[in-house]
Ligand binder design. Structure first.
Ligand code: GLC
Length: 507
């Protein structure tokens, strides 16, 4: 279908299916879930028919998201191989009235419904091959056929793989172009890519084993996605370059270099409506860049809700992220004692993650109860309270494909202190005193001294009230909406379609 835009240019209305292991508001573990909420909406706003396909986990609240049966009993594996009916799957549909986005859910009792968590089961690869095959089988049976599938991370890397191999002669599926999006290359399968014996490594060339064949658990979904997709995208321009090097390539740098002309880096965006300090129902006081008073009120509300002494003058820093190695928590852990001994500030930490870090921060809280508060659980709303009340947020990541926290924090005027890597390097420029320059405090080397120096610089800058508030205003004026990136995704869809067509016509 062709749609006519205001300026009378004609665009082809694309049919796009996003397939992923998580998508907010239905289910969200991390940044991927947030992107799956906002990117399809942004593409829809550009006039395209973007839809979603995710598993129907038990955690998804059925009363909040009413669903109806779309297609019953998908034929995912021949019955004799599935005598216990473990693979019996249906597709349900939910229409989000506000955005107009249709979401499809793959229903399967054994692999999704019975599991309390989204990830980390011993048979995860089976669960994701099921998702990938389920999406394709659904398309075969449905009247709605996408022009392009955007498959995110290793869990869906089997989709490009199946389209180019098992279904290469299928009259419907063989025509669909694919984009494989890398949100985090560290995750490739049920293993750490650095510790796979060479003999066991999945080259990505062989067929996908049957569901009941134990070899299925060794598959490398990321490698397969990269090998077979028409276009590969990752979530920031800097990460797209970094993953070509051994330091960030997670052992896939060579195949990425081979497919370099199909590799792109499109920066993630945020939903400016959902994250808006002028209207956000989840923060106590509203404010804008020309009327910042609400921030001080929110600082006190933040201290109150975390049980810290209430003081709207003290420097408050927040850490809102998964407590994992990727996020640079070890650096924070290392410098915390020197920081507390030498500077006056409060620290709030929000995030779930590795037990070793959770314990370390709990201990820190016990040692400095009036200065540190930890909320070691996932929370939808609390991060916004932190962004709206804290003066700075800490993001010392070891690597960061895109990072959404710095963009969300900046929208609320919390100044990011970041390591110069991946999407952080693409979104934050270093502050320079006196010349109205910079949107945060940036350090390069991954070590605790470098991080400490950046924090001290921020703490010092905070003491100059005039400069600090002009820094807040500058930071709040940055535009991280999806507008530009969504258009770039549309271009990627067209390139994928063109590339796919020439590959099937043998050009
Ligand atoms: C992953 C990455 C993060 C990125 C997110 C969404 O969680 O670690 O950097 O922002 O995916 O793309």
């Amino acid at each position: 279908m062709i749609i006519i835009m205001n300026n009378l240019t004609k665009i082809k209305k694309l049919k796009i299916l996003f397939v992923a292991a998580e998508a907010a508001p239905f289910i969200k573990v991390g940044g991927l879930g947030e992107v799956m909420r906002s990117l399809p909406r942004a593409m829809k706003e550009l006039g395209h028919d973007a839809r979603l396909f995710i598993p129907k986990y038990a955690k998804i609240e059925a009363d909040k998201f009413p669903m109806e049966l779309e297609i019953g009993e998908l034929d995912i594996a021949p019955n004799e191989k599935d005598p216990h009916g473990l693979l019996v799957s249906n597709v349900l549909k939910h229409l989000d009235k506000e955005s107009g986005i249709t979401a499809y859910f793959l229903e399967n009792m054994e692999y999704y419904e019975k599991r309390a968590n989204t990830y980390s089961y011993g048979d995860d690869t089976i669960r994701w091959v099921l998702l990938s095959k389920g999406a394709l089988e659904f398309i075969r049976r449905s009247d709605w056929k996408p022009d392009v599938i955007i498959a995110s991370d290793w869990q869906t890397g089997f989709i490009p793989n199946l389209i180019k191999t098992e279904f290469k002669d299928d009259p419907v599926l063989s025509k669909i172009a694919t984009i494989f999006v890398i949100h985090n290359l560290k995750f490739q399968g049920m293993f750490d890519p650095h510790f796979v014996p060479e003999l066991e490594a999945d080259s990505g060339q062989g067929p996908i084993p049957d569901f009941n064949d134990p070899h299925i658990l060794k598959l490398n979904g990321a490698r397969r996605g990269i090998l077979y997709a028409d276009i590969i995208n990752t979530v920031s321009p800097t990460y797209a370059k970094e993953i070509l090097t051994p330091e960030f390539g997670e052992k896939l740098e060579e195949i990425l270099r081979e497919k370099r002309d199909a590799l792109f880096g499109t920066l993630n965006g945020i939903d400016n409506e959902g994250f808006n300090p002028e209207t956000d129902p989840d923060i106590p006081a509203h404010y804008s860049r020309s009327a910042l008073a609400g921030r001080y009120h929110n600082k006190v509300a933040l201290q109150k809700s975390f049980g810290l002494p209430e003081d709207d003058k003290i420097f408050v820093m927040g850490f809102v992220n998964r407590l994992t190695e990727q996020k640079g928590v070890d650096l924070l852990q290392e410098i915390a004692p020197s920081l507390f001994d030498n500077l006056d500030f409060q620290l709030v930490i929000v995030g779930t993650g590795d037990t070793k870090y959770r314990t370390a921060f709990k201990e820190l809280q016990e040692k400095y109860p009036a200065r540190v508060a930890v909320h070691p659980f996932f929370d939808e709303k609390l991060p916004k309270l932190v962004f709206s009340g804290a003066d700075a947020v800490l993001i010392p990541s070891r690597f960061e494909p895109s990072g959404l926290v710095q963009m969300e924090a900046m929208r609320y005027g919390a100044i990011p202190i970041v390591r110069k890597t991946g999407g952080l390097a693409d979104t934050v420029t270093d502050y320079y005193p006196g010349i109205d320059h910079g949107t945060g405090f940036v350090f390069e080397k991954y070590n605790s001294y470098a991080f400490l120096i950046a924090i001290v610089r921020a703490w010092q800058a905070y003491r100059n009230k005039k400069e600090w508030s002009s820094l807040i205003k500058r930071v709040m004026s940055q535009d991280f909406s999806w507008k530009k990136s969504a258009k770039d995704y549309v271009k990627l869809c067209h390139s994928a379609i063109n590339k796919h067509q020439s590959s099937i016509s043998g050009e």
